[in-house]
Design a binder for this molecule. Sequence first.
Ligand code: SAH
Length: 234
Amino acid sequence: MKAAVPITKMIKFDLITIFPESLQAYLDTSILKRAQEKGLVEIKVHNLRNWSQNKHKTVDDTPYGGGPGMVFMVEPIFNAIKELKKETAKVFLTSPKGEKLTQKKLTTFSEEKDAHYIILCGHYEGFDQRVHDNLVDYEFSIGDYVLSGGELPALVLVDGITRLIPGVLGNEQSLENESFTNDVLDFPQYTKPAKFNGWDVPEVLLSGNHKNIQEWREQQSLKDTKSKRPDMSK
Ligand code: SAH
């Protein structure tokens, strides 16, 4: 019988932006950096201007019907997607009008087979509606507020998905108790020193009694969830 071959998962991301440098520093740091080094994710940043049709490399124009601001043109986006989109790829668009991102969604995306996500980062007034209507598989928002660009939302998505890939976090157990994973918030954590400035670490955590510690943590989780996020306690 053949020995089982470990299934190694690799997720690909292509980020399309007019500010590539604003993404790179974050991608080259900490857990995302290590995940790339381990070959668990491949993250490429592309400058949308590479797909501009004119010599000034413009990718936006004024809105039809008038009004302030600039709108990303459909053609450069169309060309970028045409070049980058392979069979299993899905095109994600950052937009305050999109579906709000949740931990459940991130889990689904991290578990997708042959996952390849192309993420469009908008700016100014956003995208020509024909991009939304014809070129995109999923529009997501990171919350009910408006940012100046899609770069932070794109990083939120990449980070949130990447840390769920098996092998990315040093200690997979840290995923088990996290906020939202079990529909409750995480319990409070403390570290040394046990006494500082009159603020003491709860006795139970110093007791060495694992059963009591476990119980205390569960109670705190529930208490915090009830008071901070009553909407989750239903
Ligand atoms: N005029 C648009 C906002 C454009 S904001 C509106 O009112 O709906 C410019 C860009 O920032 C968007 O194209 C999107 O890429 C990004 N963006 C801003 N807020 C966001 C949010 N909450 N979630 C995801 N992307 C957002």
